[in-house]
Design a protein around this ligand. Structure first.
Ligand code: PLP
Length: 452
């Protein structure tokens, strides 16, 4: 018999805790593989830390979302929210599923074009579109979602000399019962600005109002908020139809569906509280189909879902650097994953698990990243197995926003891998090197030879 490994005894307080829907969690599970590829093998081959995206999970989540909406409504079109994750390979998976592109800057717009998306399949949101961006979008027949009156007047000016009629929608913010209200983007519904913007577009022969857009917030836990938003937009469609005898072609309900991540301070795990796509679909679609809009004039329903589609498909694999005791006797584990590459750790209690079958001995642990910065905390308090230096960890549900909001701070950004549906591993972004920084930095002549 193999000699058992020594484990230092600890006294643990029994804590009844909050059970999830499967009851109390009794064992720490390990994540040893992703889509059939061993976690340790991935780290051996590609280094640590490393991001991994599961194409299988991406496609599965997308088909779940599409099914929820298209089984309830005949005209549904998803548009991939670029800022949620704009790696070309990621965008192309969604485009291959039929998803259009939703962009919020000139940079993202050009990325979508380079990814082969036709101009007319790009939805252009955001408060900062330059004159050049707008000219390009008008020429390409993209759907421009106006954020403020200054943008509208710029478009009016461009339209006076433009051959193409700009295809416009306005972004509308409103009280949906979720607070704090997101009222900084678009035109407000309640104070009449949205109606004012609609009239300014409708009376201008050079412009075409094709849609109404709202994006009520992000990580919205109450489907009913979408029901309120959808009802308000339907009201505007009716009003436009009555006043101008003009049919609005689409309603865009934006993104914002919650993912299964657990927010800091949440009482129950996100996996138990996150509403289903069906619940969101029901809330959004009922006010449209139950309205007085005649069936042949039903608008296309656009969805710009980001987080809820990609979060579950992303993993961050890392390695334990060291363990130490804090001043109060608490265990702390330092891993090579810092908040510089896990931006969402500021608001999520990330799901971190060992990559090898762990000892069932757990201890209340603080998990730190490797940065020389006090706020580099991945989990402030977690019952975690006692891992040794060199052992691996897997953080799940990190596909949304981390690979776009990451910072180049203290360490270089690591590789990103995609595991395709046949379990083949592809590098979809190389790790950064000092060379990349050298390329864009310049040292003035008098500092070239400092002679130390
Ligand atoms: C960020 C954003 C989205 C995506 O939001 P998620 O919360 O990731 O679903 C959609 N539309 C607009 C306009 C956005 O700014």
């Amino acid at each position: 018999m193999e000699k058992l490994k020594y484990e230092r005894p600890v006294i643990k307080k029994i804590n009844a805790g909050v059970p999830d829907k499967y009851g109390m969690q009794s064992k720490t599970q390990a994540v040893t593989e992703i889509d059939g590829v061993g976690v340790k093998k991935i780290i051996e081959q590609y280094g640590s830390p490393v991001f991994v995206i599961s194409e299988k999970t991406m496609r599965k989540k997308y088909s779940e979302a599409r099914r929820a909406f298209s089984t309830r409504y005949p005209k549904v079109q998803f548009a991939w929210s670029y800022k949620t994750n704009y790696l070309d390979a990621v965008c192309k998976v969604y485009h291959s599923e039929g998803s259009w592109a939703e962009v919020v800057s000139g940079f993202e717009y050009d990325k979508a074009i380079a990814n082969g998306v036709k101009g007319k399949h790009i939805i252009f949101n955001g408060p900062d579109k330059s004159v050049e961006d707008l000219q390009k979008a008008i020429k390409n027949g993209s759907l421009i979602h106006i954020d403020h009156f200054d943008e509208l007047y710029t478009i009016v000016e461009i339209s006076e000399t433009s051959k193409q009629t700009p295809k416009l929608a306005i972004r509308i913010n409103m009280d949906t019962g979720v607070y704090p209200r997101w009222d900084r983007f678009g035109f407000n519904f309640e104070n009449g600005e949205a109606w004012n913007a609609i009239n300014k577009i409708m009376i201008n022969d050079n412009l075409e109002l094709v849609g109404l857009h709202t994006h009520i917030g992000t990580y919205i836990m109450t489907p009913n908020a979408y029901g309120v938003a959808s009802t308000k937009l339907v009201g505007l469609i009716m009003r436009i139809s009555e006043k101008y005898n003009h049919q609005i072609k689409y309603i865009d309900m934006g993104g914002g569906f919650a993912s299964k991540n657990t927010l800091k301070g949440a009482y129950l795990p996100g996996a138990d509280t996150c509403p289903s796509f069906d619940a969101y679909a029901e809330a959004i679609i009922n006010p449209i189909i139950n309205s007085e809009i005649s069936p042949q004039n039903l608008p296309i329903l656009f969805l710009e879902t980001g987080r809820a589609l990609i979060d579950d498909a992303g993993y961050l694999l890392g390695t334990v650097i060291a363990n130490k005791r804090l001043a109060n006797g608490r265990r702390s584990t330092i891993i090579d994953i810092g908040v510089n590459m896990l931006f969402t750790s500021f608001w999520y209690e990330h799901d971190i698990k060992p990559a090898q079958i762990p000892s069932q001995q757990t201890e209340d642990t603080t998990i730190y990243g490797p940065l020389c910065m006090n706020i580099d905390v991945i989990r402030a308090a977690i019952q975690f197995p006692v891992l040794q230096k060199g052992e691996n960890v897997v953080i799940s549900r990190i596909g949304a926003y981390n690979m776009t909001q990451w910072m180049q701070f203290i360490t270089l950004r690591p590789k990103i891998l995609l595991i395709d549906t046949n379990s083949n591993v592809h590098i979809i972004r190389e790790s950064e090197t000092n060379e990349i920084f050298k390329r864009s930095e310049r040292v003035p002549e008098h500092l070239v030879n400092v002679g130390l």
